[in-house]
Design a protein around this ligand. Structure first.
Ligand code: UDX
Length: 448
């Protein structure tokens, strides 16, 4: 099949590359000339493990091309995939401007029957709006499909090629075999539903995963007070298949381009129909406070933060991405700066992106994790990169001044910490944290 994918961000580029692997003819379109030039040089404008090799294979074998010419790309394609950004407006609502601009151009370019497939995350009812916008501008026949995307940054190729399910919302049943053919080769597990339900599935899925994270983070707070270990609790809970073990890692909370945006958007969607989504509001609130829990742990172990040297390990919102959108690191670092700390920053990939968003005279940029540890009073691990998991903690402790390690992602085991001389504080694991010994004793004494 001939496809045009509009937008070369995470969703568009990964979908384009994966559809090309499935023997389709794909043109990836973007109005950003620099991005298209990069792609034509076989360089990816996004950081995603494995993507450049797939771009190159598809390009060399003639299945994938790149263009800034949306109208021409639409004319040469049967299926037009909308994968442009849908960022948040300041009030949490979704900004549909890029979608609307692209739809107008698509409508103006149409020269025959087309399938318009929306992969961008859009509020319920948007695909119907798209249908109206197109039919107001052209007499050519077309169909609308809602195909929300569930890929995760850092494992986007694997998620796309081996999805748990593909959700397809449509109202013309004749499209079902075409959708099956499009996904042939990588999944048969296609859930066909109506367009509004497909739009809702995306928001409900992300909101539910965010709820799991905030739930386990709340449990971790209680674990700290009663002397239980949240990692054990999560493992035991997750063995129940009704609960499942994923998205139960306690830590400093979720960030990224999707969960914060989609949870706020769903609260807005509910609000627009006079529904007060209290549960999701709490999920967002719990997550917002989460990142600041690092600060009292630091204050308790160091006293004042004014003049303290704090090493930060990890700036990306999660490992295996250079994405710093809504990263918890940002507000933590801003707060440390406001308290007068000198902050030494290290991230294997995301430091440049972070620095473009935020820089300050109290920040020191480091090119190795050990450099961020040198002469520091404390290290805060904020992103669970593999490089931190495997680091020699004894060597790290040896170069630190006061030897405090705050593990915001529960990366280390007791064995890794023992004998290093580090004062180690993690999340919801009081027995691994000198700081909470008194709490554990208190809990035992109270027969909790
Ligand atoms: C998410 C969804 O998983 C994906 O389906 C959707 O298409 C886009 O949004 P992504 O934002 O790439 O994907 O990252 P994800 O791996 O889901 O993690 C999101 C955030 O939650 C990260 O900040 C991560 O650190 C945090 N997280 C995740 C936890 O704190 N605990 C967990 O157990 C899992």
């Amino acid at each position: 099949m001939k496809l045009a994918v509009i937008g070369t961000g995470y969703v568009g580029l990964v979908s384009g590359v994966c559809f090309a692997l499935g023997e389709n003819q794909v043109i990836c379109v973007d109005k950003d000339v620099e991005k298209i030039n990069k792609l034509n040089r076989m360089e990816s404008p996004i950081y995603e493990p494995g993507i450049e090799a797939l771009i190159e294979i598809n390009f060399r074998e003639g299945r994938l091309s790149f263009s800034t010419d949306l109208q021409e790309s639409v004319r040469c394609s049967d299926i037009i995939i909308l994968a442009v950004g849908t960022p948040s407006l300041p009030n949490g609502e979704v900004n549909l401007q890029y979608i609307e601009d692209a739809v107008i151009e698509i409508a103006n370019a149409m020269d025959g029957y087309k399938i318009i497939m929306t992969k961008s995350t859009v509020v319920v009812g948007t695909n119907e709006k798209i249908r109206k916008m197109i039919s107001d501008r052209t007499t050519h026949p077309f169909d609308i499909v809602s195909a929300p995307e569930f890929l995760r940054e850092g494992s986007a190729i694997r998620d796309t090629l081996h999805p748990d399910r593909v959700v397809i919302g449509l109202n013309n049943p004749e499209l079902v075999p075409i959708m099956r053919q499009l996904h042939q080769g990588y999944t048969d597990n296609i859930f066909v539903t109506d367009i509004r339900s497909a739009e809702m599935i995306k928001y409900a899925s992300n909101a539910f995963l965010a709820t799991k994270i905030s739930f386990i983070n709340e449990i971790s707070n209680i674990c700290e007070k009663v002397g239980a270990d949240v990692t054990e609790v999560a493992e035991g809970m997750g063995m129940d298949r009704r609960i499942g073990s994923s998205f139960l890692q306690a830590g400093i909370g979720y960030g990224g381009s999707c969960f914060p945006k989609d949870t706020n958007a769903l609260i807005q969607i509910a609000g627009n129909v006079d529904y007060d989504f209290k549960l999701l509001q709490s999920v967002v609130e719990v997550n917002r406070e989460r990142r600041f829990m690092i600060i009292p742990k630091l204050r308790e172990s160091l006293g004042t933060l004014n003049g303290a040297v704090i090493g930060i390990w990890g700036l990306a919102f999660k490992p295996n991405t250079d994405d710093v959108r809504e990263t918890p690191a940002r507000e933590i670092i801003e707060m440390l700066v406001a308290e007068g700390a000198i902050v030494k920053l290290y991230d294997p990939i995301a430091a440049d992106n972070f620095r473009q968003q935020y820089d300050h005279p109290q920040l020191r940029w480091c090119s190795l994790p050990e450099e961020a540890a040198e002469d520091s009073d404390a290290i805060c691990l904020l992103t669970a990169w593999g490089v931190f998991k495997d680091i020699n903690l004894q060597k790290v402790a040896n170069v630190m001044h006061r030897k405090v390690l705050i593990d915001g992602r529960n990366v280390y085991t007791k064995e890794q910490i023992e004998g290093t001389g580090l004062s180690y504080y993690s999340i919801g694991r009081p027995q691994l944290s000198g700081l909470n010994d008194s709490v554990v004793i208190e809990a035992v004494e109270m027969n909790l």
